[in-house]
Design a protein around this ligand. Structure first.
Ligand SMILES: C[S@@+](CC[C@H](N)C(=O)[O-])C[C@H]1O[C@@H](n2cnc3c(N)ncnc32)[C@H](O)[C@@H]1O
Length: 273
């Protein structure tokens, strides 16, 4: 199969469309990454080149289905259970303490959940903590990629997903099956998955109010104005004092003043003012 080349002007036009739609930003160094990620899409869409593909995305009656496919192709879904554990410890201590004091439900949102390892880890840790009845916990998990969400709802994982998982957690919350493991039903039932684009401020506001939002390792793919837009929209979905957890390479300190940073020896996170 020969490669269809992308010209500089085609690259710029397509990456602007993608940024506008999903926030994911391909800077000038990523021209060939985009070219290679889109090769199979051009074939499936039966278009001859990138200029025609761009017109397809803008004007074809089938464009929405194609955008859904693109969402799965363009994103990096790298994730694993118990990633950046120190923040998860804050969830089962500080966040949970406040919820128990107020006597309410604990509402958590994993907002770029990829294939599900993050929200299932949250469910495992809350169950393991034995401090709150799982029926008093709501865990929403959303992502842009339909393919990642399919995998999350199937709940079947292989070795790489377990690179930071304590053995006793595997024994307790998974069952082995043909070279991998299924998450058990008790944990699965605690998480509800749905598709959501973080740039859709109306959808974010409609999520309801949460005590904690996890938005880890996704803002790095967005430019600064988009990062600002997303974290400011989260303020609609967090109670005052609510917790926002970002990835360790992500910071919003100079981006918005709606949040107060909290720096502890092990973890950094933000609280809604
Ligand atoms: C690297 S994964 C992070 C998974 C998990 N939060 C973690 O830290 O391990 C990034 C996820 O962000 C999702 N994503 C990218 N752009 C998005 C958007 N505009 N709305 C919602 N999710 C998005 C991707 O589909 C991908 O699954």
């Amino acid at each position: 199969m020969s490669t269809i080349g992308i010209s500089e002007s085609e690259f710029r036009a397509l990456r602007d469309l993608i940024r506008e739609r999903f926030g994911i930003y391909y800077d000038d160094t990523k021209q060939f990454l985009l070219q290679s990620r889109l090769q199979t899409r051009l074939l499936k869409a039966r278009v001859a080149d990138f200029a025609e593909y761009q017109r397809f995305l803008v004007a074809s009656p089938d464009r929405e289905a194609e955008w859904a496919e693109l969402a799965s192709v363009l994103s990096n879904n790298e994730t694993y259970f118990f990633r950046e554990r120190a923040q998860l410890d804050v969830l089962v201590t500080d966040v949970l303490d406040e919820t128990l004091r107020s006597g309410g439900r604990l509402r958590v949102w994993s907002s770029a959940c990829s294939t599900g390892e993050e929200p299932y880890t949250i469910a495992m840790m809350l169950t393991q903590a034995h401090r709150i009845n799982p029926s008093s916990v709501t865990i929403h998990a959303t992502d842009l990629s339909p393919r990642a969400l399919d995998k999350a709802t199937t709940g079947f994982y292989r070795e790489l997903s377990f690179r930071a998982t304590p053995v006793e957690m595997v024994q307790r919350y998974f069952r082995a099956f043909e070279g991998g493991f299924f998450i058990n039903d008790e944990i699965k039932r605690m998480v509800s998955f749905s598709r959501m684009n973080l740039l859709d401020a109306k959808a974010v506001a409609a999520m309801g109010i949460h005590d904690a939002i996890f938005c880890r390792n996704v803002l790095i793919y967005f430019d600064k104005p988009t990062q600002k837009r997303v974290v400011e929209a989260f303020a609609q979905a967090l109670r005052p004092g609510g917790f926002l957890f970002l990835g360790h390479a992500e910071s919003i300190m100079r981006i918005t003043d709606l949040y107060e940073p909290v720096v502890t020896p092990k973890a950094i996170y933000y609280r809604r003012k």
